[in-house]
Ligand binder design. Structure first.
Ligand code: CDV
Length: 278
């Protein structure tokens, strides 16, 4: 079994500092540990507000949302705490490389504090132009390059962990490519605005398509799926919650009830996936 936790985050507002956010992550890491977890999944772009909703032309204004190194002094306390607790984690953040390239990235850190896996988001939703009529922007295509690392599986402590991010969870090839590499668990973070700026999508469908994607793909690929939302209302812009852990049976075995910081945790029996694969 694997002690698997998802640490959903409530809103991160523009005024919140990295120190505030890292403090919240550490608190949830401790809670997960106290509930017997070994690995915690944090959301996509966990360290900042979901900034692709804002049109920005000034590079300096944009840069403040990116991490130029990982870890870095502002995030180091999270690494220190996880090593102290002997916990692994998955964390999404905006990456600015030394060459000036920008990616929507996540990392996998093992119990000893080593970064053992890295993923750069491939399915970037949204647009790159300024949509003046829209209630907010979704500028992932402007602020990030398409990920160049592929869909990969990493040995994290004793588990085969596949990585992806947010919109990737809606596409069957994501899970199939990971399960063909013998993934046992697929981890991901997401920020899903409750309003679709392209059409008048009923709000219930935003949660329904999120869940059906995770459940169908967990079952069809015989993997555990752990999905962590950043949710609630960030400076007035609402995003769905419903962070879940899904078993290879396709069943939801834990689901967040709130739209705030909330830890959900299970003892994931990895033999369930093994049986299905056989
Ligand atoms: N951050 C995302 O990738 N969000 C998308 C929205 C735009 C549909 C998602 O798939 O949740």
């Amino acid at each position: 079994t694997l002690g698997l936790a998802v640490a959903q985050m409530g809103p991160v507002n523009l005024a919140d500092t990295r120190e505030d956010v890292v403090g919240r992550l550490i608190e949830m890491l401790r809670e997960a540990k106290s509930r017997g977890s070994e690995v915690v999944v944090f959301p996509e772009l966990a360290l900042t507000t979901f900034f692709p909703r804002y049109w920005m032309e000034d590079e300096e204004e944009l840069d403040r949302f990116y991490e130029k190194a990982m870890p870095n002094p502002r995030v180091q306390p999270l690494f220190d705490e996880e090593r102290k607790l002997g916990m692994g984690f998955y964390l999404g953040y905006a990456e600015l490389t030394p060459e000036g390239r920008r990616f929507n990235t996540s990392i996998l850190v093992d119990k000893a504090g080593n970064i053992v896996g890295k993923y750069r988001k491939i399915h970037l939703p949204g647009h790159s132009d300024h949509k003046l009529e829209a209630p907010f922007q979704h500028l992932e295509k402007k602020y990030f390059e398409v990920g160049d690392l592929g869909f990969r599986v990493f040995d994290m402590d004793d588990t085969r962990v596949g990585m992806c991010l947010c919109n990737d969870r809606r596409w069957p090839e994501t899970y199939r490519v990971l399960s063909l590499q013998s993934a046992e668990v697929v981890v991901l973070g997401y920020n899903t605005p409750s309003i679709n700026i392209y059409w008048n999508e009923p709000i219930h469908l935003r949660t329904s398509t999120h869940l059906i994607s995770l459940q169908a793909n967990a079952y069809q690929n015989a993997v555990w799926v752990a999905a962590a939302a950043k949710c609630g209302s960030e400076d007035g812009f609402h995003m769905i919650g419903s962070s879940v852990i899904v078993a290879p049976t396709g069943e939801i075995v834990a689901r967040a009830l709130s739209e705030e910081d909330e830890v959900i945790a299970v003892k994931a029996d990895l033999r369930i996936g093994e049986n299905f694969r056989e």
